[in-house]
Design a protein around this ligand. Sequence first.
Ligand SMILES: Cc1cc2nc3c(=O)[nH]c(=O)nc-3n(C[C@H](O)[C@H](O)[C@H](O)COP(=O)(O)O)c2cc1C
Length: 194
Amino acid sequence: MITNKVAWKPGTMIYPLPAVMISCGETEEEYNIITVSWVGTVCTNPPMCYISVRPERHSYEIIKRTGEFVINLTNEKLARATDWCGVRSGKNYNKFKEMKLTAVKAEKVSAPLIAESPLCIECKVTQIIPLGSHDMFIAEVVNVQADQQYIDKETDKFDLAKAKLIAYSHGHYYKLGEEIGKFGWTVQKKKKKK
Ligand SMILES: Cc1cc2nc3c(=O)[nH]c(=O)nc-3n(C[C@H](O)[C@H](O)[C@H](O)COP(=O)(O)O)c2cc1C
């Protein structure tokens, strides 16, 4: 059969993905940030997510020992810090200091929040699954902290579009583009004109 496809060897090609900053550590001296794209939601109720981390990362031992981390969503303002924290190790740098980011105490976990992030998701590890190059940390979301500036004062809704989140696709970072639809729009009945 003639197709318009070229066969590649198996690889990780699910894109776009988020590139989030994971903050971890129990004490100020230990606080660290690792950028992660292998991240996602795995269950709605209870709310659960995962990150996959290579054992050789400085953050790996911290997350394994403490069993806690915070997922900090990243936006255009944080793009530089997101990349830098993904190419430099906490073995050699204090990433909060170098990137001028503010560590704030979380409510439910010992790992700090990154104050500059629009949305911080506090997580407790429930399972660690060794998969090969990466170990998968499955975690329960125990608290979510949203930056007030993105909450609409009238509707009280959190407006993620205002946060200017970024995406990561095949080695490149992107701004999000125009909205092209909303959940269920394909089957939504049109309101009758009065
Ligand atoms: C966009 C991006 C995504 C990344 N995703 C992951 C990932 O999912 N898992 C991982 O172990 N490392 C990932 N890395 C690499 C780590 O962030 C990088 O090795 C970092 O320096 C580790 O920091 P640490 O040694 O302080 O823990 C990613 C890097 C970038 C730039």
